[in-house]
Design a protein around this ligand. Structure first.
Ligand code: ATP
Ligand code: MG
Length: 308
């Protein structure tokens, strides 16, 4: 649905994007994640045809941003990371204005605007001045505006920024509803955990490069989560010493709750060799489970070494 192939963008001598190839499939809620300055907004501006790439290609519904700008704009609903100053208009007038700008026939506008206000939970603010809305309400109005022309694809730059936890949950509900309506959604954030339960797929960008892409589970597996186990034994102290001395074990850790975990040198190692080693020392096993790196750890691991 949205693809980029070896996308490059230079600002003067500065390479903001260096060969980004991402793939958003139809029906995805795709989280585009990276720290400040990673290149998220730059990529989004290229996808929304507001900025031309320096090299490579980006396509939306099979149309290239190089020569289908008008068509792509018709297919996309875009919510920028920052809105300008709002005009002196009510919420309803504002949406009517954009409906007119998109060429929606006058007699259809009323029903359309009512539906959008309902979807974004702004009906009770229909007569309020846009300027008087809170940040979260302005974000929702921005989303309503992006939906005026019933686009197939939604591209939202940091839609959860500045939202309180409850507004974030509401945003998630709205995005799920839109997904159920058949829309494909790309949204950016610099907080990985903020998007993990909203998105079915994630791309992580760092210093202009895509460093990982896939489902949350796939990304965690790529990071060696598969080879890590946590355990409880009848004698954790001796178990720790045994693990530290074991040739198959790369590292041993003890967390704040005094839970022991270890990582294999090789992800293909057989955990039975460890349980046997413990048993032969007379150490009983109370609990053994595959441990996963947390998303934040994954993010730090992925971006480590890439940050100057
Ligand atoms: N118009 C511009 N001229 C020069 N450099 C720019 C311009 N726009 C962006 N950059 C640089 O390109 C890099 C990527 O910026 P971009 O805005 O795409 O990052 P981002 O991932 O959206 O960050 P944030 O999380 O802060 O929004 C940054 O180093 C930024 O300083
Ligand atoms: Mg940005």
């Amino acid at each position: 649905m949205i693809r980029t192939a070896n996308l490059n963008k230079k600002y003067g001598d500065f390479m903001a994007l260096q060969g980004v190839s991402l793939n958003v499939r139809e029906g995805d809620i795709y989280g585009f994640i990276g720290p400040n300055g990673a290149g998220k907004t730059t990529t989004i501006k290229i996808l929304t045809t507001l900025l031309e790439p320096t090299g490579g290609d980006a396509t939306v519904c099979g149309l290239s941003v190089w020569d289908n700008k008008e068509q792509i704009r018709g297919l996309i609903g875009y919510m920028p990371d920052a809105f300008g100053v709002y005009p002196d208009m009510t919420v309803t007038e504002y949406l009517h204005f954009f409906a007119a700008a998109y060429g929606i026939p006058r007699k259809e506008r009323g029903g359309l605007v009512d539906g959008l206000l309902e979807l974004t939970d702004l009906t009770y603010k229909e007569d309020a001045l846009v300027d008087s809305l809170s940040k979260g309400m302005q974000q929702r109005l921005g989303l309503a505006r992006a939906l005026v022309h019933d686009p197939r694809v939604l591209i939202l730059d940091e839609p959860a920024a500045g939202l309180d936890p409850r507004a974030r949950v509401e945003l998630r509900e709205i995005l799920r509803e839109l997904q159920a309506m058949g829309k494909t959604i790309l949204l950016s954030s610099h907080i990985l955990s903020e998007l993990q339960d909203i998105c079915n797929r994630i791309g992580i960008v760092e210093r202009g490069r895509l460093v990982a892409e896939g489902s949350v589970d796939e990304i965690l597996d790529q990071l060696g989560g598969a080879g890590r186990y946590s355990l409880r034994t009848t004698d954790d102290e001796r178990a720790q010493a045994l693990l530290q001395a074991h040739e198959l074990v790369a590292s041993v850790a003890v967390d704040e709750q005094a839970a022991l975990s270890f990582e294999f040198v090789d992800a293909a190692s057989d955990v039975a060799l460890i349980t046997q080693a413990l048993a032969s020392e007379g150490i009983g096993l109370r609990h053994l489970a595959k441990a996963r790196v947390s998303l934040e750890d994954a993010f730090m691991k992925l971006t480590k070494g890439l940050v100057q």
